[in-house]
Structures are given as structure tokens and as C-alpha cells.
Design a protein around this ligand. Sequence first.
Ligand code: SF4
Length: 264
Amino acid sequence: MLATLPPLPGKFGFALDTGPRPVLTGTSADIRVERSAGGQLILRPDGHPLGRRITDLAADIRALVDWFIASGGVADGRGRMRALIARGVVPPGCDTEPAPPLPLPAPGLYPEGALVALAFGQIQAETLAALAALGHEIRPTPWRMLMLVGATALPDLPSLITDPADPLLRVTACTGAPGCPQAGGETRALARALAPHLPDGTSLHLSGCTKGCARPGPSDLTLVATAQGYDLVHGGRAQDTPSLTGLSPKAILDHLKALHAPSL
Ligand code: SF4
């Protein structure tokens, strides 16, 4: 069916999330197939809280894709559903709420095995080889975590996140400089340095530019690298208007410490 769709931006994606409750809500996608609280399949454009009931999955997806293109969702071969919805453009018939999403799983031991997380979704070849040597099936998940099926203990390997309180679990960062030519600065080393200073429960997105590839949605704090330093957006996305601009890494750290400070 996907082969019959008109050309779409390279990052445009679909989430088939049809269990009783969604588990991919925080995972990047543009068109989501989910269930309502009553179990009805719905098609939900990413960024909109409601979806429309599905009568014919292939035809309904085609109609939503056609609407996305006709509504100006694609410019110069790029575009995401969330950005279009944020402009106040909403497809007709979206009136059904999805079932409440399941909370994101945390690293730890489960009846199925051991769940370990990877900072920024990356793993070193040596760590992967050491994991494989443990002899368990390694099952990828959509949450930048790996399930070691049947494991009864968490592996003690460098760079794996096994502590559910690790602040790196609340940090997202794209490739940044020098890996991405569009980046205005470095991202992941700074993200690692800032993580221990995040206030409890605060999420941080460090983006190499305003495209925000690593996280199309909002975060509590979003830092965007520019040639002049880092711009800071509170409660928004990389594309949103920053409240502070041109920050140095030290100025960012000072800002985070001020967030911790008790109010007088
Ligand atoms: S957000 Fe910008 S810098 Fe980061 S990967 Fe995407 S294009 Fe590159």
C-alpha cells in the first residue's frame, strides 16, 4: 500500500500502534493508527489529540496523505504532520480520542527479561558484542532500549543505562556537529554534561539546528545550537521562539542551577 502513495518527505513515518493502549505516542511518526478507549481503530495525525474512525485502512491513509499534501504540508520535499497541525490546519472528521497511552517503560527486570536503555539510542560495537556474548536474544524496542529476553539480572556493562532514575533517560540529542553538516554546534557531549544538572522530572532536547530531528514534539527545555551559541526554548520545540539566545555551555549550566534554586 505504501508503494502506491505519492512521494512523501524522507522522514515522514507511520506508527501502527494498535494494542489496547498506545505505546508509541512518544516515538516519531506522522500518521498513527491507534485504538479509541472503546477499541475502535482510529487514524490520528501526529500533533492532534483526536483521530478519525477508520472504515478502510488503506483508503483512509491515502485520504489523509492527500490532505497533508494538498494542505501545504510539504515544502521543498520536506515537512512533518506535527508542523502542519501546529499551523492550525486540521483534517476533517477528527473527533475521537485515543485510549490513554501506556507509560514509557523504565530500564529494569521484567517477567520477559532485562530491559536496558541506550543514551541517544546509540551503542558501541564492543558493548553490543559483550551483550551478545551473554547468550540472550536481544530484542530492539521503539524506546531506545533493548530487551534481553530471559535474562534474570541486569548486565553490568559500560554505557548501558540500567538505573530508571538516570537523568540521561530524559535527554534527547541529535547527531549535531560534526556529524551533521547542518548543525550549528556540538550536541551529545554537552547533553551528557548537562544531564546531571537537570531538575527532577525535567526533559531536555539538545538540537543541532531548528529542524529538531531527534524530537519533533516539545520538551521542558530545548537547546538549539547556532553559530552564536545555544538558544533556549522553554516548553517548546526546536522551531519555536527562544527565550534566551547565544548561550555558552557555562551560561546554560548557570541557568539550570538557577532552576534548582529555592524561590525566596
Ligand atoms: S536537527 Fe539539524 S543538526 Fe540535528 S540532525 Fe537534524 S538537521 Fe542535523
